[in-house]
Design a protein around this ligand. Structure first.
Ligand code: DGJ
Length: 709
């Protein structure tokens, strides 16, 4: 039978008429309703010619491409059985089982090879395709798995490629190229995705942008080692592939054992990168695991955070932190997060990880006095932990050297090593410590950090154990929210996101860096997950100094917080911050449930982005000058995402002082304090832009004007 999955403008057609592995006929735009007969004709019509000097069967991309089908690109499965190393795989279709309206389970067997394969395919109601393979060893000896990957076709017109790379505090740097013949492969061997994670592999029609072009994107929902690639075969087929990157011998399937690949998440959009977000964000928001305040539509919203890291670093004492909590409460902060430095002997980053006991020297009465003070000021309390790590200079490492991954010669990283979570004793001990802390103290939130690459042990087993640990903590303490942090944004993926409520987007609070990091992380991750903090005027990571207004406008679009020693802020600054917090709270339901939109800039220095409510009645936008404009009169502000047939009032929103400009006079509509125009005019012609100085942002509210009766 030919199967057709359709949802939210996306279509997927699978020719599962056998006898071999089903063929992917289509993944892309919706084809409309098709009868069974029409689908059969479609599948037949997709059979290509046989070129000279090739296999004598038509080359069609199956769900698991292998040499048996004449596929000479990256295979879907590699592995061997000792003594049977070169045997080609010959999977035969057993059954396709519909699993609900929009899901299929494809069951295949290669009896001679002793392998069963199950492929789960699911198209969510938001139009997001998920694919995963499960391989079972039905033979009598071990099967050594090399790779089990998902490969999806993209059409010839997807000739341009975008993915990401980066560094610590400079995550999600975009890189573009052509999808030429050969393989463009990205591999993570960090034991976490890494700051240089490819994040999304996006193929699209030439020149695609945020609002225009057809794009096909894949992401692997996995927090360990992985490879993702784009490939164009000289035979013509172009594909996107992804899977876990397994080390030799890492997955050895004994008779009867199975391995499931992580989910490959695949999204198509006919309307550029914003179209990807328009499918991904509602899907992520729909997850039933999401339990934190601020889930879409929750008016309470994600609490505004004050994080102590850049405020005091390791310098903890009760009077200073109590005073910080008081000032935080004064400006409207809702959550106080005690970062690194609270546990026994942790005076700097060279020691004590693993000794998860409150330091009696700094806290003779435990954390109770501080937490009482924080709660008394009306805030809830969060605590930093880095459970997967251990300092060699710690009681834990001295007591249990066998729990530490690596050998004596293995390098430390930030003076620390990794705890073997796959060791049941280490796992149980760690869970018990976290459980004890969460039981003794009224902790609402854990900032769960991870500050080094693995470089030893099995990334596969470590990642699986991490998921088990987070799941166990969540099950025992369902009210506790978790933020995932990995030296900033080195572990942001849909595997971890399923288990946490927030991610620390980057260690940089420099607004200029943050603009780009948030813009591109936000293609995949909805803004309410993306921690963004107001930092000190001079950023600790770059030494660059930014105006308060620019810092506030940047931190507004996410899960907002503060990471600055507010006891050193002036009265005027505190007033401006309080005003910003109040505004953020009022805008929070919109910011955390709306549609993320970006205008495609003609000048890369000037960017307009915003969030528009689902019913398109209201929006908030930021016009950002990253650098000096290249024209004296820049392109007009064209507001995307509005209803073309209704009228809106566009008005400036000033937070932390008006943005600096290089204009002698503002555009007329701004001099008048705002303007009312139809959405069509705002989108197509736009409004003259103010002439912002570099590193400035101007905010605008856009509100529907009721139609006159
Ligand atoms: C790295 C994190 O990304 C920072 O925010 C901070 O929590 C430090 N670790 C603490 O050591």
């Amino acid at each position: 039978m030919v199967h057709h999955l359709r949802a939210a403008g996306t279509g997927f057609v699978l020719d599962a008429r056998g006898p071999g592995v089903p063929v992917i006929v289509h993944w892309g735009g919706d084809l409309g309703a098709l009868s069974g007969a029409e689908l059969a004709v479609l599948a037949d019509s997709a059979v290509p010619a046989i070129p000279p000097s090739s296999v004598d069967i038509p080359l069609r991309l199956s769900l698991l491409p292998t040499a048996m089908e004449g596929w000479s690109g990256r295979p879907g499965l590699t592995g061997f059985r000792v003594g049977d190393g070169t045997r080609p795989l010959d999977l035969r279709l057993d059954l396709v089982r519909p699993a609900g309206q929009l899901a299929l389970a494809v069951l295949l067997t290669d009896a001679a090879a002793g392998l069963d394969l199950r492929t789960d395919l699911e198209l969510t109601t938001q139009g997001v395709l998920r694919v995963r393979h499960t391989l079972t060893n039905t033979g009598g000896s071990a099967f050594e798995l090399g790779s089990l990957d998902v490969t999806l076709p993209v059409p010839d017109r997807a000739a341009e490629l975008l993915d990401f790379t980066g560094l610590w505090s400079h995550e999600r740097r975009p890189q573009r190229g052509i999808l030429g013949q050969g393989v463009w492969s990205r591999e993570s061997r960090h034991g976490r995705p890494g700051h240089d994670d490819a994040f999304l592999t996006i193929a699209g029609t030439p020149g695609f942008g945020f609002r225009a072009g057809e794009v096909w994107a894949t992401h692997l929902a996995w927090s360990g080692d992985k490879h993702t690639w784009a490939e164009r075969s000289p035979l013509g087929a172009a594909t996107l592939g992804s899977g876990e990157l397994l080390a030799p011998g890492e997955v050895s399937l004994a008779a009867g054992e199975s391995y499931s690949s992580p989910w490959t998440v695949a999204v198509y959009s006919a309307a550029g990168l914003d179209g990807l977000s328009a499918r991904l964000h509602p899907w992520i928001r729909s997850w039933s695991t999401l339990r934190a305040a601020g889930a879409a539509g929750d008016p309470a919203g994600r609490p505004v955070v004050l994080n102590t890291w850049e405020a005091v670093y390791f310098d903890h004492d009760l009077p200073t932190l109590s005073r910080l909590a008081e000032v935080a409460a004064r400006v409207g902060v809702e959550r106080f997060v005690l970062d690194d430095g609270w546990f026994t002997g942790r005076s700097d980053d060279r020691r004590a990880l693993g000794d998860w006991f409150v330091d009696p020297a700094t806290w003779p009465e435990g954390l109770h006095p501080l937490i009482d003070h924080v709660l008394g000021a009306g805030l809830d309390f969060g605590l930093w932990v880095e459970p997967e790590m251990v300092s060699l200079d710690s009681d834990l490492a001295r007591r249990h050297p066998d729990w530490v991954l690596g050998t004596d010669g293995s390098p430390t990283w930030r003076f620390q090593r990794v705890l073997d979570l796959d060791n049941p004793d280490a796992f149980a001990w760690l869970f018990a410590r976290l459980d004890a802390l969460l039981t003794e103290y009224p902790i609402s939130y854990l900032k769960w950090d991870h500050n080094r690459d693995l470089l030893a042990g099995s990334a596969h087993r470590q990642t699986a154990a991490l998921y088990r640990l987070i799941d166990a903590v969540r099950a025992a303490h369902p009210q506790v929210e978790i933020e995932s942090c990995a030296s900033g944004g080195a572990r942001i993926d849909l595997g971890i996101l399923e288990r946490v409520d927030r991610v620390w987007t980057s260690d940089t609070n420099d607004p200029l860096e943050r603009q780009l990091i948030q813009r591109y992380t936000g293609v995949l991750v909805p803004p309410e997950y993306l921690g963004g903090h107001l930092g000190a005027a001079t950023a600790h990571t770059t030494g660059r100094t930014a105006d308060l207004g620019f810092r506030l406008a940047t931190a507004l679009f996410g899960s907002a917080g503060i990471e600055w020693n507010l006891t050193e802020a002036s009265e005027a600054e505190l007033d401006a911050i309080a005003d910003w917090v109040a505004r953020y709270k009022a805008l929070r339901p919109l910011l955390h449930s709306g549609t993320v939109v970006h205008a495609d800039p003609s000048d890369p220095a000037l960017e307009l982005h915003g969030v528009v409510s689902a019913d398109r009645s209201t929006g908030v936008f930021a016009y950002v000058a990253l650098a000096a404009a290249r024209a004296a009169l820049p392109a007009p502000l064209r507001f995307p995402g509005l209803d073309p047939d209704r009228s809106y009032r566009v008005a400036p929103l000033t937070l932390g002082g008006a943005p600096r400009t290089v204009q002698d006079a503002p555009p007329g509509w701004l001099a008048a304090g705002g303007i009312t125009l139809p959405g069509s005019v705002l989108a197509v012609i736009g409004l003259p832009a103010p002439l912002l100085s570099p590193e400035q942002a101007a905010l605008y509210t856009v509100d529907l004007v009721p139609a006159p009766h």
